[in-house]
Write a protein that binds this ligand. Structure first.
Ligand code: ZN
Ligand code: ZN
Length: 340
């Protein structure tokens, strides 16, 4: 099969890879209908995270089941399925509590390399959620978005306790931040402030339900949020970047008693203890347990109540994955969809 392989920072190649095979009796093999490049793929692509030799890459996927192992009971060949970037059994105590990305049997899908024609899914019964039937082609991007960015933005909004009568601010205008805006809107937030200085992203944030746009960042961004909230700060702030600056911006934009939902993969973030102590904010986040939300998100997409696929503003054949990475790296694209 064909699949993307990251050789070194800035060097993604699509080449022949071995077809995945069933390894465990709980595995499934899927044929990808679509896959995509994640903001978190840009960390190794930019050399911020070490690249460990040529390695398959990609962790977001939606497609049709080809084959299942002998112990798979609920997932069947022919079903269209979506799953999260961590395989999980969905039965252990942590899964049952809604933290499938902390499953005691979790396995990273990224290690299998989802930017490819076929993909092995461990723990298929626990990991995959099937759609009611094969989706029409125009729903595929939105279903793919549920695999990570929608689920992650949704968790960010839930962790920030977005809801009725709340003012929600979102730090970060990548796909996750934009979909956190959509989630906050669906969760009934009264006011949603998107922090972005890029016009096309501001427009998409408004389409997803943002009521205000703040273009300032850092201390100026914090001051602007305070100004918009009677000097108090937002009730709920979603942090969707993962840097020191964005994390502090999120904490400082939150009112005492408010909640920060942090879903940007943290890189060299160090929190000042004294400031945290006096801030009175709740912090909750981490790798989003997307699996918790998948049934609900798939239903919303299936009934065309939400259209998260709009974050894909570039669609390319898998063979052109390198251009897909470049476009995101240079911020020419918000998110690249790849068609195997
Ligand atoms: Zn991702
Ligand atoms: Zn589990």
């Amino acid at each position: 099969m064909r699949g993307a392989v990251l050789y070194a920072p800035g060097d993604v190649r699509v080449e022949d890879r071995d077809d995945p095979k069933l390894v465990e009796p709980t595995d499934a093999i899927i044929r990808l209908s679509a896959t995509c490049v994640c903001g978190s793929d840009l960390w190794p692509y930019r050399g911020v995270e070490a690249v460990d030799g040529p390695s398959p890459i990609g962790h977001e996927y939606a497609g049709v089941v080809q084959e299942v192992g002998s112990q798979v009971t609920t997932i069947r060949p022919g079903q269209f399925v979506v799953g999260s970037f961590f395989a999980s059994d969905n039965t252990c105590e942590l899964c049952q509590a809604g933290y499938q990305t902390a499953c005691v049997h979790k396995q990273p899908i990224g290690a299998e390399g989802a930017q490819a024609e076929f993909l092995r899914i461990p723990l298929a019964d626990g990991t995959l959620v099937a759609t009611p039937e094969l989706p029409p082609d125009d729903l595929v991007p939105s279903l793919l978005a549920a695999s990570d960015v929608l689920g992650t933005g949704w968790f960010g909004a839930v962790a920030a306790e977005a809801g009725p009568a709340k003012t929600v601010a979102v730090v970060g205008d990548g796909a996750v931040g934009l979909l956190a805006v959509l989630a906050a809107s669906q969760l009934g937030a009264e006011r949603i402030i998107a922090m972005s200085r890029h016009e096309p992203r501001q427009q998409l944030a408004r389409d997803f339900g943002a009521t205000d746009i703040v273009t300032e960042r850092g201390d100026d961004g914090v001051a602007r949020i305070k100004q918009l909230t009677g000097g108090l700060g937002a009730h709920s702030v979603v942090e969707a970047v993962g840097t020191q600056e964005s994390m502090l911006q999120a904490i400082r934009s939150t009112r005492p008693g408010g909640h920060v939902g942090y879903v940007g993969v943290a890189h060299d973030v160090e929190l000042p203890g004294t400031e945290l102590f006096y801030s009175h904010v709740h912090l909750h986040g981490g790798p989003a347990p997307v699996r918790r939300f998948l049934p609900e998100l798939i239903e919303l997409i299936w009934n065309r109540r939400i259209d998260p696929g709009k974050v894909f503003d570039l669609s390319l054949p898998l063979e052109e994955a390198d251009e897909g990475y470049r476009a995101m790296d240079e911020r020419r694209a918000i998110k690249t969809l790849l068609r195997p």
